[in-house]
Ligand binder design. Structure first.
Ligand code: G16
Length: 545
């Protein structure tokens, strides 16, 4: 009989989940009891899991393996019947969602700090996903946080660490641990959605040139197996595909700043036809054509407009959704298709109810996330395969497809300016000051732009009626342009101010300009209204996407 130990502990005050779970420095998680407290708070906030299945996996970053051993012993001590764990402790976030759904698991624990850097000095993270495969909704994360504030003990099995590297089953007390191949189920799901024969043909005939960059993160293994082994992409198309615990010292965030190897290649004289990257845990994507960047908002709109070219979506879309700061490009596609377009707060968890209720088929965010009803997470490789499927059918360049899209729907110029590592008090003061001004902003003229509405976005979930307030300050202009301010909920150092800028341009002659130029007036207004430089001490954003 293996012994269940009850360990006394005291609460940590900082275990409030953010936009996507609890993210902290590795060193914070390594404090005695820190991870254990949070895991016990998750279990205490749940009901009815005795004898049930839990899925556990992570993006392979530093501390992943140690954390998984602890979680397995705690799951056993708390009464789970079985844990499905990815081989080597690896499951990309969308693969974890796939596995939870496929095997009818009670839920899952995903270990990742997504696109944040890893390593001893980097970040770690943990989040709970419910039985639909998606991130726990706010009522669950709030209950976990509440429990973390009052916890006095946790339960853990006194047992040796088990083998995570061999596929197979072993026991931890009464519980079965099943180590499963990390790619097989996810790969089969992808094959069921897309025209793999056509994509295989595209990648192996006719000189189509392609580059996929896994940024030394979790999709290295998925990319090699699915794009390489199954779809025939040659090894030299797959860049940085060896997963490393510290992501090779890089920042596994697929954007124009951090995916520099790919960006340099795609902007170079001898650029491939298509380039794509994914992030630390495999749920984000960036898509580029030859010397051409596709904004995530445009990507969502193009996928929606071309969805019927893909086997899984041949019957059409039930509806679409985007997060509030994401550009309105997809709204225009939805209007043309005669389907509903929902606007949700930032955070993938807000799409879950709409997907479960069958109200939407595709959804996406400006933060390099796109997904569909196939899982309940955004999905980086899925988006890459979706684009490849479209390219295989249309036989046009990425740029030609996007420009044609703009001709049909107009272009939503879009950019996000991030001010990272701002002192938290200063950032809070900036937001408070903006909120204070809201009532006097509506109706004002700023640099030729009339403000039609100024508010703090509040969302009422159309399915369960739950209300989420203070989701971002919005200045909505008469001509449809928008300026949005919010503080990131995923950083681990100080605060990150995000400023989102959007302007609609119907005139084809003015399409394809540098967004920083096309949005120049709005950028100046954004800095002026929020007094960004005086209040943050920053003359310029840290990252522009
Ligand atoms: C997470 C969430 C996304 C969100 C993004 C940025 O992504 O799942 O829904 O858009 O963070 O959030 P914030 O603006 O609060 O930093 P990921 O890829 O980090 O899990």
């Amino acid at each position: 009989m293996t012994e269940i130990r009850t360990v006394s502990t005291t609460p940590f005050a900082d275990q409030k989940p953010g936009t996507s779970g609890l993210r902290k420095k590795v060193t914070v998680f390594q404090q005695p009891h820190y991870l254990e407290n949070f895991v016990q708070a998750i279990f205490d906030a749940l009901e009815g899991f005795a004898g049930q299945t839990l899925v556990v996996g992570g993006d392979g970053r530093y501390y992943n393996r140690q954390a998984i051993q602890i979680i397995l012993k705690m799951a056993a001590a708390n009464g789970f019947g079985r844990v499905l764990v990815g081989q080597g402790g690896i499951l990309s976030t969308p693969a974890a969602s796939c596995v939870i759904r496929k095997y009818g698991a009670f839920g899952g624990i995903i270990l990742s700090a997504s696109h944040n850097p890893g390593g001893l000095d980097g970040d770690f993270g943990i989040k709970y996903n419910i039985g639909n495969g998606g991130p726990a909704p706010e009522k669950v994360t709030n209950a976990i946080y509440a429990r973390s504030r009052e916890i006095t003990s946790y339960q853990i099995l006194a047992a040796a660490d088990g083998d995570l590297d061999g596929v197979g089953e072993w026991r931890l007390g009464e519980m079965v641990v099943q180590v499963m191949d990390s790619v097989t189920d996810y790969g089969a799901l992808m094959e069921s959605l897309f025209d793999f024969d056509r994509i295989h043909h595209l990648l192996t005939h006719g000189g189509f040139r392609f580059c996929y960059d896994a940024l030394h993160a979790v999709t290295g293994g998925y990319g090699t197996r699915i794009l390489g082994d199954r779809l025939g992409a040659s090894l030299d198309c797959l860049q940085n595909c060896v997963p490393l615990e510290d992501f090779g010292g890089g920042h596994p965030d697929p954007n124009l700043v951090y995916a520099h190897d790919l960006v340099a290649k795609m902007l170079g004289a001898d650029a491939p036809d298509f380039g794509a990257a994914s992030d630390g845990d495999g749920d984000r994507n960036m898509v580029m054509g030859q010397r051409f960047f596709v904004t995530p908002s445009d990507s969502l709109a193009v996928l929606a407009a071309n969805a019927t070219l893909v086997p899984a979506y041949r019957g059409g879309l039930a509806g679409v959704a985007r997060s509030m700061p994401t550009s309105g490009a997809v709204d225009r596609v939805a209007a043309r298709l005669g389907i509903e377009c929902y606007e949700t707060p930032t955070g993938w968890k807000f799409f879950g109810n709409l997907l479960d209720a069958g109200k939407i088929t595709l959804c996406g965010e400006e933060s390099f996330g796109t997904g569909s009803n196939h899982v309940r997470e955004k999905d980086g490789l899925w988006a890459v395969l979706f684009w490849l499927n479209i390219l295989a059918v249309r036989q046009q360049s990425v740029e030609a497809i996007v420009r044609e899209h703009w001709q049909q729907f107009g272009q939503n110029y879009y950019s996000r300016h991030d001010y990272e590592g701002v002192e938290s008090e200063r950032a809070e003061m900036l937001m408070a000051e903006l909120r204070r001004q809201l009532s006097s902003l509506a109706g004002r003229q700023l640099g030729g732009y009339g403000i039609r509405q100024a508010d703090d976005f509040c969302y009422t979930d159309p399915i369960d009626g739950s209300i989420s307030e203070r989701q971002g300050v919005r200045l909505l202009f008469e001509d449809g342009s928008r300026l949005i301010y919010r503080l990131s909920g995923t950083g681990t150092e100080g605060a990150t101010l995000r400023v989102y800028l959007e302007r609609y341009e119907p005139n084809i002659a003015r399409h394809g300009l540098d967004p920083q130029v096309a949005l120049g007036d709005l950028i100046a207004i954004a800095q002026e209204v929020a007094q960004i430089t005086p209040l943050t001490g920053r003359a310029e954003p840290t990252v522009i996407t």
